[in-house]
Design a protein around this ligand. Structure first.
Ligand SMILES: *[C@@H]1O[C@H](CO)[C@@H](O)[C@H](O)[C@H]1NC(C)=O
Ligand SMILES: *[C@@H]1O[C@H](CO)[C@@H](O)[C@H](O)[C@H]1NC(C)=O
Ligand SMILES: *[C@@H]1O[C@H](CO)[C@@H](O)[C@H](O)[C@H]1NC(C)=O
Ligand SMILES: *[C@@H]1O[C@H](CO)[C@@H](O)[C@H](O)[C@H]1NC(C)=O
Ligand SMILES: *[C@@H]1O[C@H](CO)[C@@H](O)[C@H](O)[C@H]1NC(C)=O
Ligand SMILES: *[C@@H]1O[C@H](CO)[C@@H](O)[C@H](O)[C@H]1NC(C)=O
Ligand SMILES: *[C@@H]1O[C@H](CO)[C@@H](O)[C@H](O)[C@H]1NC(C)=O
Ligand SMILES: *[C@@H]1O[C@H](CO)[C@@H](O)[C@H](O)[C@H]1NC(C)=O
Length: 832
């Protein structure tokens, strides 16, 4: 059957070769090394190549890994006689030689390689139909703990042999959460993050997975597949933090000393310790069994607890799981003796202190743990120095360290100071501390003046304040620089006004009598002074100040002629501005300390408004006063002694003038430029403003305006705009070309009301370019600037003459019919 097929195929090829000369080189050619790729399993038999022989070669020979599949015909036709199988042999190495008629090799052997190309003709197969594995609780997610493995005979370099693993099912599955995952290429199975956290053997110790494998990388529908069952047991995690450890401090046991241990779930882990806080020394270590040691004795007083971590790592130094907290507490032993206070305590006891009085507390320290027997202290006095007048003068309370007087009050003459030695003890140790006790004096001595009378002293009354006038001295026999010996001097008589004071030198109790306020012959000419010397501390019972603590002194004050004195530097008075001449507006009274008569006069009465009575100091108005000129009138009143040295003093007299309505209203400015262009084409108007010099209310003035006479009402009209402004309007257009003086009455509405009549000049004139213009010579007046320039230029000389005349006439007629150019800002000219 095989021979038949082969024959059939060869016939086809022969046909093909004869017909296809053009394909020479692809399917036929001379003998040379060649490589062919042929898919496995395809054709049962096939021509591969036709070698062409060249003389003297007449035939070909095939050798090598033919496996009985490859053959060559004498005419050079290379073919395979059955289907190839890559899984049997992927590459066939053949040699072809060309032989001559005698069978001698004339060419070759030439290597011919046939590569068998893969087709997906093998299905993946799991090596086991069932897998079993186990995993520790809390294992690191993604770290493989087992694998499944399938094989596929197809070429692993092609998709045909690429396998794809997948977990198809997990049983049981809680809340649809996958605890396991598989590496889709390698088949390695590990925990997911959820699995690492949630797996718990006490809840569910075993799981079953169905795992599938596909070839073609699992990416096509046409892949082969296989599946297997995986049973997984969950084992307890023994990587747990140990219980806190207690270590007794200052241990004499040999070190290092095992204190606790940690264990990784599998052997072979690498253990280490990690400090949590940076310490000067870290007295712990761990060995590769996971046993933890303390390496040296600890000291609770240095550090009473430690926290650090134990870490387990794999061979590559990757942490196998979370670090574990290790707590170590250092247990106290009584290894510290009590210590005395850093400076020796000094207690003070007064001479007359009662027995049993507490006089101080000794506080010693113990570094051992507080509130334990190791740090509770006992106090005991073991020595007293000096033992005079007797031993055991003091006692100390055993637990509190409070000292008391035990037998009697102390006397400084016996001993000014005692030194006590106190034994302070805890459970095991004794420490000696020292305490000093000073016996302090009591105030049983009074200050005694060196003399009882400091004699007479005469001073002028103008002796400067701050002068020291006397030094006094008393002494006190009590202990120096205490409240019992310090002296306070007081003046108990002769200085009711407090003109004197006494400063005391703290070193030697010298008293300095000083003038604090000016002396005054006129008030007190003789001071009969009594000094007293006292202590700030009260005297002890039974001792009293006696006459030796007092001293006398007489101070005579002599008179000095002094200037008169006003009681005030400035006197204010107020009067209405319209007071009649001769009205009394104020009075100024000075006194002479020596009682001399005084004469008064005024200084600075620049307006001559005032007069003063030289004898009484009364001040009168001497002229009409005017608030509008000066609202506060300031003068000085001079008081001069009559006779003697004629000393004088001045004081201010300020007279405030209150307003009365004594000024009629007037126009706020001179309205000289009001004009209308003549002839008037329509009625026009101007605005005028009034003012008043009197003090106005906060609302401002409230003037009313009226025409000066009734007859004017046919031509003019005046209307009020507001309190200060009014509008003057023409009533018709029939005005002559001349100046009209319009009388206007303005009333200020005050109390009493005052009225002023003003005459407002209004000019009617011909206009050029809106300005008042008068033909030269026609009417007297100053030519309008600008408007008349042309005229001026042509008749310059004539004007020169006329101007002279004009000026003269202008002066004569001033205020009557003067004519101005239209420069007034208030004007609103009307164009013709
Ligand atoms: C699976 O088996 C193949 C063939 O026996 C082997 O080459 C491969 O290394 C195995 N895979 C693993 C992950 O051990
Ligand atoms: C296979 O796993 C890799 C890495 O875990 C992933 O990136 C890839 O998407 C997976 N392939 C498929 C088809 O799920
Ligand atoms: C340890 O105890 C001994 C007495 O038991 C003491 O002398 C020593 O000072 C102690 N060491 C420390 C560090 O406390
Ligand atoms: C002090 O003055 C009084 C009275 O003038 C006089 O009697 C006395 O003798 C004077 N004393 C001295 C020490 O001058
Ligand atoms: C007291 O001390 C002051 C200043 O040190 C000195 O000037 C004065 O003379 C002393 N007084 C006596 C009485 O020693
Ligand atoms: C005052 O008392 C002291 C003793 O405290 C004594 O020395 C002195 O003489 C007494 N002086 C008078 C005046 O009694
Ligand atoms: C002067 O004024 C004072 C009040 O300043 C007054 O007591 C005295 O009587 C007045 N004297 C005369 C003379 O008016
Ligand atoms: C009064 O009226 C005049 C003109 O209208 C104006 O300028 C002025 O400000 C007014 N005065 C007050 C107080 O309103």
């Amino acid at each position: 059957m095989m021979a038949q097929a082969q024959l059939h195929s060869l016939c086809l090829l022969t046909l093909y070769l004869t017909a296809g000369h053009g394909l020479e080189g692809k399917f036929s050619g001379p003998l040379k090394p060649m490589t062919f790729s042929i898919f496995e399993g395809q054709e049962p038999s096939q021509i591969i190549f036709q070698f062409k022989a060249s003389p003297p070669a007449v035939t070909f020979k095939l050798t090598g890994e033919t496996d009985g599949i490859f053959e060559i015909q004498p005419d050079g036709l290379l073919y395979h006689n059955r289907a190839l199988d890559r899984e049997t042999r992927a590459v066939h190495k053949l040699q072809v030689s060309a032989l001559d008629a005698h069978g001698n090799t004339v060419e070759g052997p030439v290597p011919i390689t046939v590569e068998v190309k893969d087709i997906n003709d093998n299905r993946p197969t799991f090596l086991q139909s069932k897998y079993e594995g186990s995993v520790r609780q809390n294992s690191r997610p993604g770290k493989p703990f087992m694998y499944v493995n399938a094989t596929d005979l197809d070429d692993p370099d092609t998709p045909n042999g690429q396998l794809f693993y997948q977990i198809v099912m997990q049983l049981p599955k809680v809340n649809d959460v996958m605890y396991f995952q598989i590496n889709n290429k390698t088949g390695e199975i590990s925990l997911t993050l959820a699995g690492s956290k949630e797996l718990d053997p006490s809840k569910n110790p075993s799981y079953n997975l169905v795992v599938s494998v596909k070839d073609m990388g699992g990416q096509t529908e046409n892949s082969f597949s296989d599946s297997t069952s995986v049973d997984i047991t969950v084992k307890e995690n023994i990587w747990k933090a140990p219980e806190p450890v207690e270590i007794v401090e200052n241990s004499t046991d040999p070190h290092p000393m095992k204190i606790t241990q940690v264990r990784w779930n599998e052997p072979g882990a690498h253990y280490s310790l990690l400090e949590k806080e940076k310490l000067p020394r870290f007295p712990f270590s761990i060995d590769q069994e996971g046993d933890i040691y303390v390496t040296q004795p600890l000291d609770r007083e240095e550090k009473d607890s430690y926290v650090f971590y134990a870490v387990a790592k794999d061979e590559l130094g990757k942490p196998l799981s979370i670090p574990l907290h290790i707590h170590v507490k250092v247990k106290d032993i009584n290894d510290n003796p009590p210590t005395c206070p850093p400076t020796m305590p000094v207690f003070e006891v007064q001479e007359n202190e009662q027995i049993v009085s507490s006089i101080g507390t000794l506080v010693a320290h113990d570094m051992d743990e507080e509130n334990t027997v190791n740090s509770v202290l006992h106090y005991k006095i073991v020595d007293q120095f000096p033992k005079f007048p007797k031993d055991g003068l003091f006692l100390v309370q055993t637990y509190t360290g409070v000292f008391q007087l035990a037998k009697q009050s102390l006397k400084k003459q016996d001993a000014a100071q005692y030194l006590l030695t106190v034994e302070v003890s805890d459970k095991d140790f004794q420490t000696l501390c020292q305490v000093k006790i000073n016996v302090i004096d009591i105030n049983d001595q009074i200050p005694i003046f060196e003399k009882s009378d400091y004699g007479n002293l005469t001073l002028a009354e103008d002796t400067a304040v701050g002068s020291t006038i006397l030094t006094i001295q008393a002494t006190d026999a009590d202990e120096p620089f205490t409240g019992s010996s310090k002296i306070l001097y007081r003046i108990t008589q002769g200085d009711d006004e407090g003109r004197l004071g006494i400063d005391t030198d703290p070193q030697n109790n010298t008293g300095y009598v000083i003038i604090k306020k000016p002396l005054d012959f006129e008030t007190t000419a003789i001071h009969n002074i009594v000094f007293q010397a006292e202590n700030p501390e009260p005297l002890v019972h039974g001792v009293q100040y006696n006459a030796s603590s007092f001293a006398t002194f007489t101070l005579f004050v002599t008179n000095v002629n002094e200037a008169p004195q006003f009681p005030q530097h400035i006197v204010q008075a107020k009067v209405s501005e319209d007071v009649a001449i001769g009205t009394k507006v104020g009075n100024m009274t000075a006194k002479d300390p020596e009682g001399l008569d005084i004469s008064y006069s005024l200084r600075g009465d620049t307006r001559g408004w005032l007069r003063i009575d030289p004898a009484t100091g009364e001040i009168f108005s001497a002229a009409p006063l005017d608030r509008e000129a000066e609202s506060l009138y300031r003068v000085q009143v001079v008081a001069t002694e009559v006779g003697g040295s004629s000393l004088s003093t001045a004081a201010g007299f300020h007279l405030a003038l209150t307003d009365v309505n004594d000024n009629p209203p007037r126009l706020a400015k001179e309205y000289t430029g009001l004009f209308f262009c003549h002839p008037l084409s329509a009625p026009g108007s101007h605005i005028i403003q009034a003012t008043d010099d009197d003090l106005q209310s906060f609302r401002g003035p409230q003037f009313t305006f009226a025409l000066g006479s009734e007859s004017l009402q046919n031509d003019w009209e005046i209307s009020k705009i507001n309190g200060t402004h009014a509008r003057l309007s023409t009533k018709h257009t029939r005005f002559e070309e001349r100046v009209y003086n319009v009388p206007i009455r303005i009333n200020d509405g005050g109390r009493p009301p005052l009225e002023g009549t003003v005459s407002l000049p209004v000019t009617f004139c011909s206009c050029v370019e809106g300005r008042c213009f008068r033909p030269v010579g026609h009417m007297p007046g100053i030519p309008t600037v600008g408007a008349t320039v042309g005229v001026l230029l042509t008749t310059f000389l004539v004007i020169g003459v006329i101007l002279t005349v004009v000026f003269i006439r202008l002066k004569k007629n001033k205020g009557k019919d003067n004519v101005e150019s239209a420069q007034g800002s208030e004007a609103t000219p009307l164009r013709n």
